[in-house]
Write a protein that binds this ligand. Structure first.
Ligand code: PEP
Length: 259
């Protein structure tokens, strides 16, 4: 498990304008530096709104911060008549390492399908961005007992066309919809059950060596008080944090889950 560098990722969603975002990131970097955080041991990534990315790039490059960042979405296209969309090419040039693909809010609000998400994954890979592919079931599906089957179907659909080498570099976030922004957190055993099922599916789609390299995150109401327990699970390699990533002290404590 520890061959896979843990990733603690903060999804700011549509919060923090370009001034607030810079302040938050600066404070986070200071807090973690004061605590002597080893960023090579536990990677820290933030996902600000598009309009913050240029400022984040300037701050990270100017102050040589060890934090990495990504965008919350991308277009499947590289350029052209797609008003309002942002391409992977632009994100890559702004120094993004990651990009979220298929967050449940985009699946629900924008009706993003697995077929569309497969084209977004391909676009991200074309521009050397690491897709953080989000999958996970709604409450009714869990209650019906088909959450594993449903989540694996999303996984297969969104990974169409991805090679083994590419799959090994991906990050996959299991985010049960019923746990996102609700304060309702999946138990560590639920997170482990799904992450193990995802890793097993990756070994069937590709091979065990590939599946052993892919990093799997849990997301859904993660806080400093529950992060360590979830991160102890064998197949959970990190967490994707929404609400709690807007609070510097709370997020820094999630990053420092080993302490
Ligand atoms: C998310 O936005 O990916 C998320 C998990 O949100 P929250 O931590 O607020 O539940």
């Amino acid at each position: 498990k520890f061959d896979r560098t843990p990733l603690i990722a903060g999804n700011w969603k549509m919060n923090m304008d370009h001034v607030q975002g810079i302040t938050l990131l600066q404070k986070l970097a200071w807090t973690l530096a004061d605590a002597n955080h080893d960023f090579d041991r536990v990677e820290v990534a933030v996902f600000p709104p598009f309009t913050d990315l240029r400022g984040v790039q300037t701050l990270v490059a100017g102050d040589d911060l060890p934090v990495v960042y990504g965008a919350q979405d991308l277009s499947p296209h590289d350029s052209g008549a797609y008003t309002g969309d942002i391409s992977g090419q632009f994100l890559s040039r702004l120094g993004c390492r990651y990009v979220l693909v298929g967050h449940s809010e985009r699946r629900a609000i924008h009706g993003e399908s697995d077929a569309l998400l497969a084209t977004k994954v391909a676009a991200a890979l074309r521009h050397c961005l690491v897709p953080v592919l989000c999958v996970g079931e709604a409450l009714e599906i869990r209650q019906a007992g088909s959450h594993v089957e449903h989540t694996l179907e999303q996984l297969r659909g969104s990974l169409a066309g991805v090679t083994a080498e590419q799959a090994a570099s991906l990050v996959i976030a299991y985010e049960p919809v019923w746990a996102i922004g609700t304060g309702e957190v999946a138990g560590p055993a639920d997170a482990q059950e799904m992450c193990a099922a995802i890793r097993n599916e990756l070994s069937e789609l590709y091979d065990t060596a590939t599946a052993a390299r892919t990093r799997l995150l849990y997301g859904g109401s993660v806080k400093a008080s529950n992060a360590a327990q979830i991160l102890r699970e064998r197949d959970v390699d990190g967490v994707l944090v929404g609400g709690a990533s807007l609070d510097v002290a709370e997020f820094a404590n999630i990053v420092r889950f080993e302490h």
